[in-house]
Design a protein around this ligand. Sequence first.
Ligand code: CP
Ligand code: NVA
Length: 307
Amino acid sequence: MKRDYLAVTDFTTREIDQVFQLCRAMKQKKIAPKPLEGKTVGCIFHKASLRTRISFEVGVAELGGRSLYITEKEIELGVRESIYDAAKVLSRYLALITIRTFSHDDVVQLAQHADVPVINALTDLLHPCQILGDAFTIIEKKDKLDGIRLAYLGDGNNVANSLMNLARRYSVNLVIGTSKETMPDATLLKAAQNEGPGSVSVVYDAKEAVSGADVIYTDVWASMGQKHEAAEKAKLLGDFQVNDNLLKLAKPDCIVMHCLPAVRNAEITDSVMDGPNSVVFEQAENRLHIQKAIMLALLDEDIWKRK
Ligand code: CP
Ligand code: NVA
């Protein structure tokens, strides 16, 4: 049966470890598989993107295939025709579909009806490719995920939600520092807290959140589709800015992460983003390697059976 990657929790811990292995091998150029030779991947983007779109298109080319960039204007998914019909037709042309859109339910529906793998390239709810790439970056820097104290500061958005999902696969100690008005998704928070193996707590004080952290992570205060709320969010989240004073409270070798794009000197200061603890551009690079590994794993079912 075909597999999809819509959420970090679509893969078991063992499967994610296998994806990391593939990612490492391709990054180090030990393997250069071409599972997409003669095949086309559809990249449906209903929101702007620099990293995700370009790393997917480059990744597809490096895996031997070609990509098609498809915007809302052309296909009007769910408007011009049903998602079911679109999924059935697209499956007859494409080997794989990546989609970035607003509604997570639309992506679930597309995956349900498509006969080829679907990858979530970001929805309002989740950003699973980002978080798997980030987890790989943490392992590169800290040699492990288990036991890592990860402080996420800012809006309880798709990135925060996917970090909570990561805590359902690894023993990450995630502390989310945010305001009461900008909480992450309540259902996913409960699931992460109930299931483990990691822990997730929410605190309303930035200093408490970053104290003793191995990793500090932040993201824009107003995500795509919410830019009209930017002023309001800035008021609510101003105290959660990642700056030099806050960084002093974390472990000295703490790494600072941001999925980008950043609003410099809002959620993160220039001095931290350009400082020695920052790994933001390594994160961006790893998007390419991890997405190649995710595509490879979804295209070759035998990969899951390997030891
Ligand atoms: N981090 C990320 O997904 O960036 P883009 O929005 O530019 O794709
Ligand atoms: N939370 C951000 C992430 C961008 C990569 C957004 O959804 O706009």
